[in-house]
Design a protein around this ligand. Structure first.
Ligand code: SF4
Length: 241
C-alpha cells in the first residue's frame, strides 16, 4: 500500500487520522508533524537516558565501542565482567589481547573490538592523562571511535551536541515515521539535524532508541500500544519496513 494512503488511514486505537509522510514522497516533513512527534516522544519518555550501563566516561566509551553490530542488552551483560577486570584506561592499556577477546567475545567482532579497546585505552593513557577528552577531533583520533561513538560520548558526558546519534533503531523509526527517505545513517542524521533544534538532538535519539527497543521493534512493532500511532504513516506495519 502506498505510504500516502497508509498515512491517511484512521488508526484503530485513537480514531485520529495520521497525516501523510512528506519525506516518504521526497519532501521535507511538515514541521508541525515533527513537533508533534517530538512532543509525543517527550510525553512517553520524560526522562530519557542512554540505554548502555556505565558509571564513568571510560566505561561509556568502552560500552559504545562494544555496541557496534550488537544490542545494548548484550553489551550491558558483557561489561560488568570487563569493568571488574579492567576498571580504568590504565589497566585496559596493559591488558593482553587474548584476555579482552574472551571477555567481549559475545558482542561479536571480538578480535577487532578487543584490539580497538586496548588501543583506545593506550591512547587515553598516553595522550589524555587517562581521561576521555571532550573534543570531537580528539575523540575521532582514538582507535575504534567513529562519529556515532563520539556523538554519544560528547552528548552523554559533556552535554555537547554535534549531531544526532543514528543507530539501527533511530534509522528504522525515522523511516517508519516518514521523517526521512534515506537509509544511510549519515543522511538520516543530516535530515534530523535539519528538522530538529539542537537542544533536541541528544534526547530525541535516546527516546527513539527506547521506543525501538520496547514498542517499534524491527520484527513486531506493537502499534496499538505506540504513543506515536496517530502520527505514524506506517501504523499497523507488521514486517520489516
Ligand atoms: S510502533 Fe507502529 S505506530 Fe509506532 S512508530 Fe512503529 S510503526 Fe509507527
Amino acid at each position: 500500500m502506498p505510504a500516502a494512503r497508509k498515512a491517511a488511514r484512521t488508526t484503530a486505537r485513537t480514531g485520529k487520522t495520521a497525516k501523510p509522510a512528506r519525506a516518504a514522497r521526497g519532501k521535507r516533513p511538515d514541521p508541525e508533524r515533527v513537533a508533534a512527534v517530538v512532543a509525543a516522544l517527550k510525553k512517553h519518555d520524560p526522562h530519557p537516558r542512554c540505554a548502555l550501563d556505565y558509571a564513568s566516561p571510560y566505561e561509556l566509551i568502552v560500552a559504545v565501542i562494544l555496541s557496534a553490530q550488537c544490542t545494548d542488552r548484550r553489551v550491558n551483560l558483557t561489561t560488568p565482567a570487563l569493568f571488574a577486570r579492567y576498571p580504568d584506561a590504565a589497566s585496559l592499556a596493559r591488558a593482553e589481547q587474548a584476555d579482552v577477546e574472551e571477555l567481549v567475545r559475545s558482542t561479536g567482532f571480538f578480535r577487532n573490538k578487543a584490539k580497538n579497546l586496548i588501543g583506545m585505552a593506550r591512547a587515553l593513557t598516553e595522550e589524555h592523562g587517562g581521561q576521555v577528552p571532550p573534543g570531537m577531533d580528539e575523540l575521532l583520533s582514538l582507535p575504534g571511535v567513529a562519529r556515532k561513538t563520539a556523538n554519544v560520548v560528547r552528548g552523554e558526558i559533556f552535554g555537547l551536541a554535534d549531531g544526532v546519534v543514528v543507530d539501527t533503531h533511530v534509522a528504522r523509526l525515522t523511516h517508519r515515521l516518514g521523517l526521512t527517505r534515506h537509509t544511510d545513517p549519515v543522511k538520516i542524521e543530516r535530515d534530523l539535524m535539519d528538522m530538529l533544534s539542537r537542544k533536541e538532538w541528544i534526547n530525541v535519539s535516546h527516546r527513539l532508541i527506547r521506543l525501538g527497543r520496547t514498542i517499534c521493534t524491527a520484527r513486531k512493532p506493537a502499534c496499538p500500544t505506540c504513543p506515536l500511532d496517530a502520527l505514524c504513516p506506517k501504523v499497523g506495519v507488521s514486517h520489516r519496513a
